[in-house]
Design a protein around this ligand. Structure first.
Ligand SMILES: [Zn+2]
Length: 83
């Protein structure tokens, strides 16, 4: 058996941050338990398209807890606060 030829040219690294499947983290709304739509990360979720919001609240131990809110619950909370 002979060794297979190894290409000597350089190959550009593939941007495997996108669409590789390992990035599919689904957030859950802490208010209604709805799972976030699968996207390409937090930026997409927070965007106008989905309208999710990430709130940061102190956890009482010097750290913070991140909580996701879907668009509906966020609007509800906003309305409750203003009126
Ligand atoms: Zn919700």
């Amino acid at each position: 058996m002979s060794k297979s030829p190894v290409p000597s040219f350089s190959v550009d690294p593939e941007p495997d941050d996108f669409g590789s499947g390992t990035h599919q983290v689904r957030q859950v709304c802490v208010d209604c338990g709805a799972a976030s739509p699968t996207g390409n990360g937090d930026d997409t979720l927070i965007s106008v398209k989905y309208g999710w919001r990430l709130s940061r609240t102190p956890d009482g131990a010097g750290g913070h807890v991140f909580e996701w809110h879907c668009r509906a619950c966020w609007l509800k909370a906003k309305q409750a606060r203003s009126g």
